[in-house]
Design a protein around this ligand. Structure first.
Ligand code: PHE
Length: 358
């Protein structure tokens, strides 16, 4: 028994003294290996008398367990130490500037989407999304554009092939269908913007078959044109960063709003160069209006109780205007030199407090 106590002390000391996993493994082999000290003592049990074995057996088993768990505990501790040492050696300085040849740029469409999201978020809007592939119902019918309505031709829609008796599917021609989807999914009031891709069969210097829009929708009990005006004027001033930006709301027509308007901002074209906020010319930037009662009805919202406004704006278009980018098609050419010139630094998140773009 004395042997066992002594061995126990010795092994405990050896385990504690093992400085790395290799040394610990040596201790384990010396104690518990096939020819180890504990193993040899256990082998000796066979040649003992029954009484001796009754004493020594449990003591040896306890020793074996004790040594085994001491080794396990030490192994865990050594592993932690090893990891800590490795992490300390491998530290990365994330604040180091990126090597210029590896630096990416933020595309103007992403930049402007982030900018307008920051502005509308500050006014209490949240971001909603919807599918790019739409049904005829959501893209047109529910927006008060019945079949045979001339507005359907005006949209240059990409229709998808569908089974003869299935509902016609198309690539959404605007983000307005998300108005319906959102109102169907959640109860009023609503205050959302919907940035996303839209598609029309059209291509020239200012049109591409795929482009981006942002929809806005505000529904509550007593929303009126004054709210629409204040909201969009506030947006345009913040977005173009011109406090005394001239603006006018011009009467217009959309089937899904009544009354409808378009917002123009003041600009000059002097010397062939467009300057926003100067001169006495006008530039259209968005369509808007009070949501038509039919649209509310299609969305399951009671027009006797709820009303509001909606607007839709081309993201690519306002990006071109704000940053003086002449050709829309270049947005989607994936030309790195173009992106290096017109892109934005990735670490500069647009915010109202920190500035929209630097
Ligand atoms: N959906 C319209 C378009 O694509 C824009 C719009 C949206 C107009 C909401 C009024 C209200 O031209």
């Amino acid at each position: 028994m004395q042997d066992i106590d002594k061995l126990s002390e010795e092994l405990a000391a050896a385990v504690a003294a093992a400085e790395d996993l290799e040394a610990l493994e040596e201790v384990r082999i010396r104690a518990l290996g096939r020819k180890g000290q504990v193993t040899s003592l256990m082998k000796g049990l066979g040649s003992m008398t029954a009484d001796e074995r009754k004493m020594a057996g449990p003591a040896l088993n306890a020793l074996k367990d004790r040594v085994g768990s001491a080794i396990e505990a030490r192994r865990e501790a050594l592993k932690d130490l090893e990891l800590e040492a490795r992490l300390a050696g491998e530290s990365l300085d994330l604040s180091l500037p990126v090597r210029p040849q590896n630096a990416g740029r933020i595309h103007p469409v992403s930049q402007v989407t982030d900018e307008l999201t920051a502005i509308f978020a500050d006014m209490g809007f949240t971001v909603a999304e919807g599918p790019d592939v739409e049904t005829d119902f959501y893209n047109f019918t529910a927006l008060n554009i019945p079949p045979e309505h001339p507005a359907r031709q005006m949209h240059d829609t990409f229709y998808l092939e569908s089974a003869p008796d299935a509902e016609a599917m198309c690539l959404r021609t605007h983000t307005s269908p998300v108005q319906i989807r959102h109102m169907q999914a959640e109860p009023p009031p609503h205050r959302i913007i919907v940035p996303g891709r839209t598609y029309r069969c059209d291509s020239d210097q200012t049109h591409t078959p795929m482009f981006h829009q942002v929809e806005g929708l505000v529904i509550d009990r007593d929303i009126h044109m004054g709210h629409l005006k204040g909201c969009l004027e506030g947006f345009a001033r913040a977005f173009f960063e011109i406090d005394n930006l001239r603006m006018r709301f011009r009467p217009s027509h959309f089937p899904f709003t009544e009354p409808s308007a378009e917002l123009d901002i003041g600009c000059s074209y002097e010397g062939g160069e467009l300057r926003i906020g100067e001169g006495d010319d006008w530039l259209e930037i968005l369509g808007c209006g009070m949501v038509h009662p039919h649209v509310l009805e299609y969305s399951g919202v009671d027009p006797a109780e709820w009303q509001g406004f909606a607007f839709g704006m081309g993201i690519d278009r306002i990006a071109m205007l704000k940053y003086g980018i002449p050709d829309l098609r270049a947005f989607f050419d994936c030309d790195l030199r173009w992106l290096e010139h017109y892109g934005f630094a990735p670490a500069d998140q647009p915010s109202l407090a920190g500035g929209l773009a630097r």
